[in-house]
Design a protein around this ligand. Sequence first.
Ligand code: F6P
Length: 551
Amino acid sequence: MKYIDPVSTQSWKNLKLHFNEIKNVHLKDFFKTDTSRFNNFSFFFKNKMLIDFSKNRITRCTINYLLQLAREMNLEEEIQSMFSGKKINYTENRSVLHVLLRNRNKKTILVNGENIVSKVNYVLEKMKNFSEKVISGEIKGYTGKTITDIVNIGIGGSSLGPNMVIEALSPYKNHLNIHFVSNIDGTHINQVLKKINSKTTLFLVASKTFTTEETMINAYTARNWFLEKTGNIQFVKKHFIALSMNFLEVKKFGIIKDYYFEFWDWVGGRYSLWSSIGLSIILSIGFKNFVDLLSGANDMDQHFLNSDLEDNIPVILALISIWYNNFFKFETEAIFAYDQNLNKLATYLQQLNMESNGKSVSRNGIKVNWETGPIIWGEAGTNGQHAFYQLMHQGTKIIPSDFIAAVNTHDKLYDHHKRLFSHFLAQTKSLAFGKSIEELKENFLNEKMETKEIEKIVPFRIFEGNRPSNSFLFEKITPYNLGLLLSVYEHKVFTQGIIFNIFSFDQWGVELGKKAANNIFSILKENKAFNAISYDSSTRNLINAYYSWIK
Ligand code: F6P
């Protein structure tokens, strides 16, 4: 495969010229000149999801140039490569096949000459049997008591995905209490240990590598706490479960094969909620709902794999994002879910997007001179409206945003949902179209304000608008629909990675911090004045301040 730099393509040059033509056009004018703009710039997917991307600063011509770019970058071929198991994670020499975990119809796919489908099915069946026995109460704790609590110990992809999904699908939850411990800060695990009973708790040690410092320290702390309570090492076997690909380390920890749920190197950490890392999800909402989640994701996978680029939802969303990031130079993208249960979505998408595309060296090994992954952030609506939306409406920065909502709520309560939904609609409308001087003056005149007063106040009350957004609309947040949504984002990130010409599936950038912390930990353990000149004066003095205050 030839790796092409996007800036060297003809379409990039076309986009640059096109940008100069339309950069100042207002969304109002796009809507005025195209009365079918909504129809032209929206997707209905299986009558389950509506994506309206009409409130973007694009024309049909923009989309055509962007599609030309995608073609010049061989996107279609790259998609085929991922789905057929080619080792597209080049720097780790791995296939990227999380999509296989949700395709229950696939019969064969070869990785290193081995058909891995049966392995996937075996683990899925094992998760089903295990979870059913825990939920029904058949599996009991060491004293014979029914299990009531599950603690997932993991970090990054071994925590964010399951944690987000369990919260998103909380209306489907059963009686089990699920807790997440990720931070190495002892406060995190302490908070959880205070709430649980060793007799009725299972610990899921979730770590692909089973060597991640935070997870292993927390897992051993949980094990010590458990041993203090039980006084019997044999009981560890009954209460500790491993979700990992490293059975050697799992065994050393004292976890038995029956309680080892395997996954593989071709599942990236941030794509692992679909693998055995999803065991906490199954324990919380049951196997059937997990399968619905998988099938939503699989339907979107098939759409991504088989649709023409112009009809391809993740592709179009990715291209629009590239348009903003690289031509308008908008640096961030926000996710606003108008659904309290999707509270953790933005944090999850932060890892998905920023760990994948936060790279600055191209696949040819040279420093890029174009923008790669944007900064992702967000918050559940309407909380943000009373915090940072001021800047979004009137600040000097423009923040393309995704607004997500469901027509029906799981929590019908008076008219809460209708009001929430009104905010969802009102925000994208106001961001796009704003409020002009003329509209403002008319409003004030209707309020019988004096002309002099109006002139004074108007500059501060103008909303320029022209701030773009996508709207994602669902009938309801169900496991299937959530699967659709997550798969859209995964493939959007994939598409962007291809067009940025970077390797999206490694994460070497997080290694530096890990090693540096290990070195400093050995210094802190010494507990004596630290003068090493190999360290900068700032770090050295912070270490010495630590020594002077440590008790
Ligand atoms: O933060 C780096 C990372 O490797 C993530 O990609 C991953 O999700 C996380 O650490 C946890 O890794 P593991 O599952 O191996 O403990």
